[in-house]
Write a protein that binds this ligand. Structure first.
Ligand SMILES: Nc1ncnc2c1ncn2[C@@H]1O[C@H](COP(=O)(O)OP(=O)(O)OP(=O)(O)O)[C@@H](O)[C@H]1O
Ligand SMILES: [Mg+2]
Length: 224
């Protein structure tokens, strides 16, 4: 069963040379995929196309059975209920506390109050931040904020997690926690995981597929 299907995908920005050309790849249910490439190669660009924030210049792209080639707002909303996103710069809501941030995707997806409270507590305990439930993002360290962002992405049990450099600025302790959360989301909750990063981590015991963005040809290949 395929979760992401890209055929001759071309991605870029108005009036600029395309960033990625002729990318053809398929990501299947329960795959754990690293997409690597140097800075400026198009990793964040690729991820934006996968969550519907960037319309392809040409080619076909479907994510969770939703075609993104010529999307409309209704389709994007449906897509967002099925995916969890971890941004390079966390993007937590600063005015809300940790608990409220993690609860947001469950509220959007119509979870009941009790179910939300139980899930938030479970996730907070997983990320070792039960004691910071009432703190606001700016009162947390970068590693703590990224752990909260990860909990928020997983909270509504999406089919697909998209993560942009999720351990870019973190120490080993927070990095290990992020990788083990993603690994158990993949193995125990059957989530498909796509992580873009400039370097595939060495210290994890995850079995993964590796796609890379070839800087010379501006396209995506599988690394065997
Ligand atoms: N909004 C935009 N408008 C025009 N060009 C953009 C825009 N965003 C990114 N680019 C260009 O697209 C190319 C790829 O950028 P992208 O952010 O996808 O790289 P990246 O691989 O994520 O890099 P990094 O590792 O530094 O995060 C760069 O040349 C960048 O200048
Ligand atoms: Mg980037």
């Amino acid at each position: 069963m395929s979760i992401i299907k890209a055929n001759n995908l071309v991605l870029g920005y108005q009036r600029e040379e395309p960033v990625i050309v002729n990318a053809t790849f398929e990501i299947k249910h329960k795959d754990f995929v690293f997409v690597s490439g140097p800075s400026g190669s198009g990793k964040s660009t690729l991820l934006s196309s996968l969550y519907g924030a960037l319309t392809p210049m040409s080619g076909n792209l479907s994510v969770c059975d939703i075609s993104l080639s010529k999307h409309n707002a209704r389709h994007i909303n449906r897509l967002r209920t099925r995916i969890g996103i971890v941004f390079q710069d966390y993007k937590l809501i600063e005015e809300w506390n940790v608990e409220q941030n993690i609860a947001l995707p469950m509220q959007i997806n119509g979870y009941k109050k009790d179910a939300i409270a139980a899930q938030v507590e479970k996730l907070l305990s997983h990320i070792g931040l039960l004691h910071k439930a009432n703190k606001h993002p700016l009162e947390l360290s970068g590693g703590e904020q990224q752990r909260v962002a990860m909990a928020r992405a997983i909270a509504h049990r999406p089919a697909l997690i998209l993560a942009d450099e999720p351990t870019g600025n973190l120490d080993d302790f927070s990095s290990d926690m992020i990788w083990s959360l993603l690994k158990s989301a993949n193995e125990q909750l059957d989530m498909t995981i796509v992580v873009v990063t400039h370097r595939v981590p060495m210290r994890t015991n995850i079995s993964y597929r590796h796609l890379f963005i070839d800087r010379e040809r501006n396209t995506i290949y599988e690394q065997h």
